[in-house]
Design a protein around this ligand. Structure first.
Ligand SMILES: Cc1cc2nc3c(=O)[nH]c(=O)nc-3n(C[C@H](O)[C@H](O)[C@H](O)COP(=O)(O)OP(=O)(O)OC[C@H]3O[C@@H](n4cnc5c(N)ncnc54)[C@H](O)[C@@H]3O)c2cc1C
Length: 347
């Protein structure tokens, strides 16, 4: 286990901004995680920093970075330590002929971050196959194994987000030797056709998803010295009224029918009442590539806030607040960030 002092956290986050951690512990195995939590139970816990905005002041005390661990398979149950890179779990499941995670190929995440945020894409979400979680309780200092049913999971959220005394140290996924979910996402199906493969085998499914994600700018390698500096979709798809959903559908640029847009909203958010946050930004008057000094809406993907070298976390925070206020003012819709803000920001 490595312990570092006054280390800028920017390079440990996909937005590449943020101040230093007073102390940073790199936990690269389950043993490291276990030891670090026994010694520093009240620490900040981070995975690969793909869904966080750390303030410029940084984080006092100890920050634990869960990056590493092992994965095992017992028949159809896949068990992975919290710090394992999510896509390694997906790949291992696929190599063993197991269905249930393949549509979540290449989501940049640790296993712990994936469970914490209930990651989802292309019609699959973590909570579909999650069997149990080993949880460290900072109040008791104990680790206990708890079934999925002990927690509540929803669109991009879990009850773990409301209880900061619980830290995920390991998770298990009950997979299947037969397909569990059908790929229904139009653009991915079209890409499969273009590649001359269909989604009836696990390997092809994975290749289709990775290519679809590549074209959507949704790949991220934490070791890339110069990545696209985004945190993926910055805002959640919010709940809207039927009238608002119909109005927002006009901002779709792919020629889909209203019915198709609503059914895709269901794939993304589990309900037709969630509207695309990207459509909302366009409807509020924002456009791709819109720039505020060193922060911009990505030139190809309006929903991805991206930073340019020299940006500060406060600038990202301010742009986020401006967008939330404008959307409320222009459309009467409450936009909520998907990204977690950690540390102190000026209001
Ligand atoms: C290019 C890009 C594309 C993306 N695409 C998608 C997508 O398709 N679908 C999707 O759902 N998300 C997507 N995201 C968001 C991101 O992949 C997920 O939110 C991911 O789960 C973050 O994991 P992480 O390990 O980086 O967590 P971090 O960003 O390090 O942490 C996120 C939160 O989880 C908490 N946390 C992390 N580990 C633990 C643990 N072990 N115990 C308790 N709490 C913990 C942290 O305290 C923090 O609050 C994308 C992000 C990027 C950059």
């Amino acid at each position: 286990m490595k312990i570092l002092t006054s280390i800028p956290l920017a390079k440990y986050t996909s937005l590449r901004v943020g101040g230093p951690a007073e102390h940073l512990m790199l936990c690269e195995s389950y043993t490291d995680i276990h030891r670090a939590l026994q010694d520093f139970p009240k620490s900040h816990v981070l995975g690969y920093g793909c869904n966080i905005l750390v303030s410029d002041d940084g984080l006092s005390g100890t920050t634990l970075l869960f990056q590493g661990g092992s994965t095992t398979i017992e028949d159809t149950l896949v068990i992975a330590d919290a710090g394992v890179w999510w896509d390694d779990v997906v790949k291992m499941a696929i190599d063993h002929g197991l269905w249930g995670l393949e549509l979540m190929s290449a989501v940049p995440s640790s296993v712990g971050g994936a469970v914490f945020g209930n990651i989802a894409c292309y019609g699959q979400q973590i909570s579909d196959t999650l069997a149990w979680i080993d949880i460290f309780d900072t109040e008791t200092g104990e680790i206990s194994r708890q079934p999925k049913e002990s927690f509540v999971f929803g669109y991009r959220e879990s009850s773990l987000q409301k209880d900061n005394s619980k830290i995920i140290v390991r998770a298990a996924f009950q997979l299947s030797r037969k397909p569990l979910h059908e790929l229904k996402y139009d653009s991915a199906i079209a890409i499969g056709k273009e590649l001359g493969i269909d989604h009836t085998t696990l390997e092809h499914c994975r290749n289709i998803i990775i290519e679809t994600r590549r074209r959507a700018g949704s790949l991220y390698d934490p070791h890339d010295p110069d990545p696209e500096r985004t945190a993926g979709s910055f805002f959640k798809n919010p709940m809207v009224s039927k009238e608002q959903a119909e109005m927002l559908a006009r901002f779709d640029e792919t020629g889909k029918t209203l019915e198709r847009i609503l059914s895709q909203a269901k794939i993304h958010g589990g309900t037709t009442q969630r509207a695309s946050a990207a459509h909302i930004l366009l409807a509020a008057g924002y456009h791709r590539g819109q720039t505020w000094d060193k922060v911009r809406l990505h030139p190809s993907h309006v929903l991805k806030l991206s930073t340019l070298p020299g940006a500060t976390a406060q600038e990202v925070y301010d742009v986020c607040q401006e967008i939330i206020a404008t959307v409320k003012n222009n459309l009467d819709i409450d936009l909520e960030p998907e990204v977690k803000f950690i540390g102190t920001f000026r209001q």
